[in-house]
Design a protein. Structure first.
Length: 115
């Protein structure tokens, strides 16, 4: 079964850091881009970061300069390094893989930024 497996999020203090990972199963073929969206309670899902198979990155305005996305193509894995976390970064983070057969989504992982 095609799936994306996300690492656990967690509770982080403001100003802290956290890294998320997302591994795509080998039966997801021809992945063009991978990345992350997030959804906070009562808000719409928003772009966090995307990275193409060529390494081109795209970040949401709210995270530019604080988050870094990277990808290991051989491992079909994408990483999201989150620094200088703020309470407004609290959300469920969803991994996405854009492939030739369509978009695949992870189950979501909770990230809470609070003191």
């Amino acid at each position: 079964q095609a799936q994306l497996v996300e690492s656990e999020g967690g509770l982080v203090q403001p100003g802290g850091s956290l890294t998320l990972s997302c591994a795509a199963s080998r039966n997801i073929f021809s992945i063009n881009a991978m990345g992350w969206y997030r959804q906070a309670p009562g808000k719409e899902r928003e772009l966090v970061a995307l990275i193409s198979s060529f390494g081109k990155t795209n970040y949401g305005d709210a995270v530019k300069g604080r988050f870094t996305i990277s990808r290991d193509i051989d491992k079909n894995t994408v990483y999201l390094q989150m620094n200088s976390l703020k309470p407004e970064d609290t959300a469920v983070y969803f991994c996405i893989a854009n492939a030739i057969l369509g978009n695949y989504w992870g189950q979501g992982t909770q990230v809470t930024v609070s003191s």
